[in-house]
Design a protein. Structure first.
Length: 275
């Protein structure tokens, strides 16, 4: 089955493919709608997603220059969102960073003949030419550096910026000057930094090219062997992998690390609603 006309990869679709080829097939090749619940309790999850959306919008508006007091009024109805907003305002590392700001920036490059998109929450380009990508996460706690490093987002964001950022800025980027910073809003001081390099860029080019080519050549769309992933997947009844969704509280109580399962469908999945 070939990719649909005009298909563009993102870190989410590539992560889906790596996690479960069948999920990639159902979601992106067959556009299969399925009324499964990602996670329970549903209401708490929906509130979390909605709060995350509002937080991203707030930061975008602040980075565009809107008045802090005016923005603060818009979060008066939600104490949790207020706490995130205050943490953001106290994040001196960002606010002290001089340079041009590009909130909600989209860039793409072409990998193995297919566009690969990245949507950055915020990019700051300093007068010295350093390019810093900020990504807000609304997780309850900070995952390990190793966990972030293994996510497709880390490779995709850095690679796309390195390959396509020159178009934005009008000059060739120094790859050693590109960084990606994950900021977990509940613990903003524990931000996680990934610095890029020519060697990493070369490695990512080979890896991403192989991944994208592999999707195009794939004939079998196997169900994941990791059934933990199915607990939070809307397709689980379609795949015969259970009917009830996983519980958000069970995860946070029982996992030492936030698992891959939680990222896309429970927490990181907010990225799929428009950030
Ligand atoms: S239920 Fe499991 S096997 Fe089926 S698409 Fe989802 S993750 Fe893949």
């Amino acid at each position: 089955m070939s990719l649909p006309e005009g298909f563009r990869f993102s870190q989410s679709s590539l992560q889906d493919y790596v996690d479960c080829p069948r999920r990639f097939q159902l979601r992106y090749l067959e556009s299969q709608s399925w009324p499964g619940v990602h996670v329970e309790p549903v209401l708490e999850h929906e509130q979390h997603v909605y709060r995350g959306t509002r937080f991203h919008r707030l930061v975008e508006r602040h980075q565009l220059g809107m008045d802090v007091a005016l923005l603060a009024e818009t979060v008066a109805d939600d104490p949790d969102l207020q706490a995130w907003w205050r943490a953001y305002l106290d994040f001196d590392f960002l606010h002290d960073l001089e340079g041009a700001r590009y909130p909600e920036l989209s860039l793409f490059t072409v990998v193995a003949g297919v566009p690969l998109m990245a949507m950055f929450d915020l990019v700051v380009v300093t007068p010295g030419g350093r390019v810093v990508i900020f990504d807000w996460k609304t997780y309850a706690r900070v995952p390990s550096r190793q966990w972030f490093a293994a996510r497709l987002q880390t490779r995709v964001y850095l690679y796309v910026m390195a390959a396509a950022g020159g178009r934005l800025l009008g000059y060739e980027l120094d790859l050693d000057q590109i960084s990606l910073i994950y900021c977990v809003v509940s613990q903003m001081d524990s931000f996680v930094v990934f610095d890029y390099s020519v060697a990493l860029f070369d490695g990512d080019r080979g890896y991403l090219s192989g991944l994208v080519s592999g999707v195009g050549a794939r004939l079998d769309w196997l169900l994941t062997a990791d059934e933990q992933l199915c607990r939070f997947c809307v397709y689980r009844s379609l795949c015969g992998r259970g009917v009830r969704s996983g519980n958000l509280l069970d995860i946070s109580n029982s996992h030492d690390n936030i698992s891959d399962v939680v990222d896309f469908f429970v927490l990181g999945g907010v990225g799929e609603v428009g950030f």
